[in-house]
Write a protein that binds this ligand. Structure first.
Ligand code: URP
Ligand code: ZN
Ligand code: ZN
Length: 461
């Protein structure tokens, strides 16, 4: 089947021009003007619209046993949600508990996705324990095409690793050229601060942020950067929420550490006041690191515009308000952490970033697609529009106006953190490897079209 997207304005991380895109099978084969249309070609008219490369969300949780419950989405619901939001590739965190065997966990996570995803996907392998058997198991996982790790400095007793495990994980990753993504918050300090707040009777969701203030995150980034420097590993700080953590990352980069920085859409558009909403509604907005005071948003937008932040992901982790967030009524430390947003990332970033003039179109494409493709071994197959690349394309209508609502969302969760928020612009048509999966903003495609993307390590020194 051939697909022609005509009359659109192509925008990539470094180019903007009018041309038609011709796709044969799964691949873009020609870009030019007035391309001939053989019979049987599906033609999409993109007049007045942008054509972006399919967006990549490099940090999502779909299958996630966490804090005594499981995240709500399946691959079916999460991948549909991703697609109607313009995201054609997800990178999911494999998060075994410390007691789990890494190979068994990896196969379990893969089995949750196989044949059930409407968009393409890959994994970051969580290293939640490191012993003498770990290198051989991780070798098999990397050889299977999962060329990035995930470590947690937080979540003591669950996913968190200690300093000897951190050193050994980074040392191994450096040797293999595997990039290590890291949740940077000091677990010990959090445990002490949670205890102190509880003793003072401070138990509501509004105390989540004070239990892990910016200094806790900045220390985590500095800690990771120090270990990355000493081992020579390539490291990637996930979900950066505040100016203090950014400053720690900036210092490390100036010092020559190979460090990249991700933020996630909730931090760019929400602030701490949401987690302070009365009647436990603040629980909808509990994630870690926490939503910060408003001033940090400005620091994040500036860092995004100037290249100090490399990617905007979601950290999508959906837990129902009614049943699951409720588990933490009476103790904020038991509220399942996460704000669902895989469906909303691209639309919110366009509305609050591009439409307001905070970032330009090229930066938008770079942080939401291209840089993740480069960092995680997917470029140029993904993340750009050029002959030979996968035909992952988003026809985006900048004139669309609508609102976000839980009533209409694809994500399998009972609330939206952005209920009734207006959006400017929308992914109208979305193709994954040449197959149109979304039309008029609605999922119309094949539920099992998605494939696992296998990647090579790309970070050898
Ligand atoms: O609150 C969060 N971030 N939930 C998901 C788990 C994680 O830390 O990434
Ligand atoms: Zn995290
Ligand atoms: Zn996460």
């Amino acid at each position: 089947m051939a697909l022609l997207i005509k009359n659109g304005e192509i925008v990539t991380a470094d180019a903007r021009y009018r041309a038609d895109i011709w796709c044969e099978g799964e691949t873009i084969t020609r870009i030019g003007s007035d391309l001939a249309v053989p019979s049987g070609t599906e033609v999409i008219d993109a007049s007045g619209k942008f054509v972006f490369p399919g967006f990549i969300d490099p940090h999502v949780h779909i299958y996630l046993p966490f804090m005594g419950t499981h995240a709500k989405d399946t691959y079916d619901t999460a991948s549909r949600a991703a697609l109607v939001g313009g995201t054609t590739t997800l990178i999911e965190m494999v998060c075994p508990s410390r007691a789990d065997d890494p190979l068994e966990a990896y196969e379990l996570w893969k089995s949750r996705a196989a044949g059930r995803s409407a968009c393409d996907y890959a994994f970051h392998m969580g290293v939640t324990r490191f012993d003498d058997t770990t290198p051989e198991k991780l070798r098999r996982i990397v050889d299977d095409g999962t060329a990035s790790f995930k470590i947690f400095l937080a979540y003591k007793g669950a996913f968190g690793i200690d300093d000897s495990e951190l050193y050994r994980s980074l040392e191994l990753a450096a040797r293999w050229g595997v990039i290590v993504t890291a949740h940077c918050e000091n677990a010990e300090v959090i445990a002490q601060m949670q205890r102190r707040l509880r003793e003072e009777g401070k138990t509501g969701p509004e105390w989540h942020e004070p239990s892990r203030p910016p200094a806790v995150e900045a220390e985590g980034v500095h800690h990771l950067a120090t270990f990355a420097e000493l081992t020579g590993a390539a490291a990637y700080v996930v979900h950066t929420s505040c100016a203090d953590a950014l400053a720690a990352a900036r210092r490390a980069r100036r010092h020559g550490v190979r460090l990249w920085v991700e933020t996630v859409i909730p931090y760019l558009v929400l602030d701490r006041a949401y987690a302070e909403r009365p009647d436990f509604e603040g629980a909808k907005y509990v994630m870690s690191p926490p939503l910060r005071e408003r001033r940090h948003q400005q620091a994040l937008w500036n860092a995004l515009a100037t290249g100090q932040i490399d990617t905007v992901a979601t950290d999508h982790a959906p837990f129902d308000f009614q049943q699951q967030k409720e588990m933490g009524r009476g103790d904020f430390a038991k509220i399942p952490n996460g704000i669902p947003s895989v469906e909303d990332r691209v639309h919110l970033l366009y509305t609050h970033g591009v439409a307001t003039g905070r970032i330009d179109l090229h930066r938008f494409v770079d942080v939401a697609a291209t840089k993740a493709a480069r960092l995680f071994g997917l470029f140029p197959r993904k993340g750009t529009i050029q002959p030979g690349a996968d035909a992952d394309l988003v026809v985006f209508d900048p004139n669309y106006r609508g609102v976000i609502s839980a009533r209409t969302q694809q994500m399998n969760v009972d609330y939206s953190a952005f209920e009734n928020w207006p959006i400017e612009g929308r992914a109208d048509v979305v193709a994954v490897r040449g197959r149109v999966q979304v039309r008029d903003g609605q999922f119309t495609g094949a539920a099992n079209h998605g494939r696992m993307l296998r990647r090579e390590p790309t970070h050898r020194k």
